[in-house]
Write a protein that binds this ligand. Structure first.
Ligand code: UT7
Length: 356
């Protein structure tokens, strides 16, 4: 079996910086609250009518291709992770193919809907294709345009202040060195708490969520004998029920438990210890979560990369953006043991160990 390596990596964040003080103008929040509870100082928002999840992904992908020394035409397969796709369908994978100008090749493209752990899942899927020898150049992308779908009223403040836009991409190739590349990936999920961090409408749930939510929430779903106007109804719009929702403290508690667990699982399988990690790239959910994980694993500051302060939580994009930044800063070097880890909606969580 081949081992896969990251042959090229790139990221893109929109130019527009939105500070905590900018958010104060539209909702009841404070810079102190946001910084103290999340570590976030600012985030980026894409240019409306110009930038989308796909165009940002394309920008990151072009950089990744260039650094891998390949042309986009040489990509064999696309794996695209996002929770904020341009369209409900088709997925961003095919839109990215078009954006990169490589439709002639008609290579396969798949979308991954695993939210915060989406990139690590996508990497693992791509890894299997490289390992079996099926493909030589797999483009793996995480990209999010959250700013288009957030509740900017005070009602949505616990979610809205956290999220930002951006994209990260890697080219995965077979490694010539059997000791270098992706050592392992670990993937997990538990749907018991699916609604704790969710985006229910628009959807074909037919009121299904009610069985699984403690609180009686009227999402404006029409009665059973109604046809049409099911995904999005006038009532959903009138009530503003088309935004992400989160039980923050519940998610937080699960996250601080599952991050170390899935990292240890990968380390243990490889006969390694937390102290062997040269760089941990945690999904940027909340600086307090990353600090908790760091403390649990007894890692030094220089062994963990955090950039949530600048970009907020960019969901599927956060791991590749942070990995790329760390690499560009010279903090990820040949031979280093790099650990990627993520937890989020689903719940889904995952880790990857890479010998760089
Ligand atoms: O990336 C996917 C995974 N996501 C996560 O891992 C996120 C996990 N959760 C969190 O990071 C935190 O729970 C949050 C940052 C979302 C919230 O922080 P918290 O310390 O858990 O706050 P809370 O939700 O318990 O709310 C505490 C108070 C509430 O007011 P009362 O009821 O105590 O009066 C909220 O209404 O803070 C209030 N609040 C805010 N106040 C000012 C919530 N959001 C805001 C806000 N500004 N933006």
């Amino acid at each position: 079996m081949n081992r896969s390596k990251i042959a090229g990596i790139g990221y893109y964040v929109p130019e527009r910086v939105v500070t905590n003080n900018d958010l104060i103008k539209v909702m009841d929040t404070t810079d102190e609250w946001i910084q103290e509870r999340t570590g976030i100082r600012e985030r980026r928002y894409g240019k409306k009518h110009e930038e989308t999840t796909t165009t940002m992904a394309a920008a990151a992908s072009r950089i990744a291709c260039e650094r891998a020394g390949i042309q986009p035409e040489e990509i064999d397969f696309i794996v695209f992770a996002t929770l904020s796709p341009d369209y409900y369908f088709p997925g961003c994978g095919v839109l990215l193919q078009r954006e990169l100008g490589i439709t002639k090749q008609e290579v396969g493209a798949v979308d991954i809907r695993n939210q915060c752990s989406g990139f690590v899942y996508a990497l693992s899927i791509a890894d299997q294709f490289i390992k079996t020898g099926m493909y030589k150049n797999v483009l793996v992308v995480g990209s999010e345009m959250h700013s288009m779908g957030l509740d900017f009223s005070t009602r949505g403040r616990n979610v809205t202040v956290i999220f930002g836009d951006g994209a990260g991409a890697v080219i995965l190739q077979p490694s010539e060195d059997a000791n270098r590349g992706i050592l392992t990936t670990k993937l997990h999920s538990n749907g018991t708490y699916a609604e704790k961090l969710s985006f229910i409408n628009p959807g074909a749930h037919g009121g299904y969520h009610k069985k699984h939510m403690e609180e009686e929430v009227d999402f404006g779903y029409p009665p059973p004998d109604t046809y049409g106007e099911i995904f999005i109804t006038p009532k959903m719009i009138a009530d503003g029920n088309y935004y992400p929702i989160m039980e923050g403290q519940f998610v937080f508690k699960m996250a601080v438990h599952k991050f170390p667990e899935v990292i240890h699982e990968a380390l243990q399988e490889q006969g390694l210890q937390a102290s062997d990690i040269d760089m941990l790239i945690p999904h940027q959910a909340n600086l307090r979560i990353s600090q908790f994980v760091q403390k649990t694993l007894r890692l030094r500051d220089d062994q963990v990369w955090n950039n949530i302060q600048k970009y907020g939580n960019t969901t599927a994009a956060s791991v590749p953006i942070a990995l790329c930044e760390a690499w560009e800063a010279g903090k990820v070097k040949d031979g280093d043991l790099v650990c990627l880890a993520a937890f989020g909606s689903g719940f889904t969580w995952a880790s990857a160990l890479i010998r760089w």
